[in-house]
Design a protein around this ligand. Sequence first.
Ligand SMILES: Nc1nc2c([nH]c(=O)n2[C@H]2C[C@H](O)[C@@H](COP(=O)(O)OP(=O)(O)OP(=O)(O)O)O2)c(=O)[nH]1
Ligand SMILES: [Mg+2]
Length: 132
Amino acid sequence: MTSIIVNVAVGVIKKNNALFICKRANDQHQGGLWEFPGGKIEAGESVFRALKRELQEEIGITIFSSSELLTIKHDYDDKTVKLNVHVVSNFSGEAHGAEGQDNAWVSIDELDNYEFPAANVDIISAIKAKYI
Ligand SMILES: Nc1nc2c([nH]c(=O)n2[C@H]2C[C@H](O)[C@@H](COP(=O)(O)OP(=O)(O)OP(=O)(O)O)O2)c(=O)[nH]1
Ligand SMILES: [Mg+2]
C-alpha cells in the first residue's frame, strides 16, 4: 500500500444507451488502456467541478449535472487512486478526443471488448448492475 492517494473525478458519459470511452496515452499512468474520461481533482475543488473542467479539456463537452455511481479506492503498485465515478447524461457539445486520444461510443455489452485498468472492474460491474 502506497501512501500517495490520487483523488480523481471520472465521468461515465451516456447518450442513447451508448457510453463514451477514451484510450489513455502510452506515457500516462495505466497508459494504452481504455478509460472513462476524467482527471485529478485539484485542492479545494468538488468532484463535479473537477469533472466539468476535465471533460471540457479532454473531450470538449460542457456538463450541467452528474449523479454519483460509486467511489473506488484502488492500490496500484506505484500509487493509490480514489476514483469518484459519476454518470453524466446532461451535457452539450459533441464528445471527441480533444487531446488527440482514440475514443469510441460503445454499448454496455461492448465494454468487455476493451481493456481497462484494474480499478475499472468495479465500475463496469456497477454499470451493468444498475443498467445506467
Ligand atoms: N480518468 C480515469 N482515470 C482512471 C480510470 N481508471 C483508473 O485506474 N484511472 C487512474 C489512472 C490515473 O492514475 C488516474 C487518473 O488520472 P489522469 O491521468 O486521468 O489525470 P489527469 O487527466 O489530471 O492527467 P494529467 O494531467 O495528470 O496527465 O486514475 C478511468 O476510468 N478514468
Ligand atoms: Mg485524465
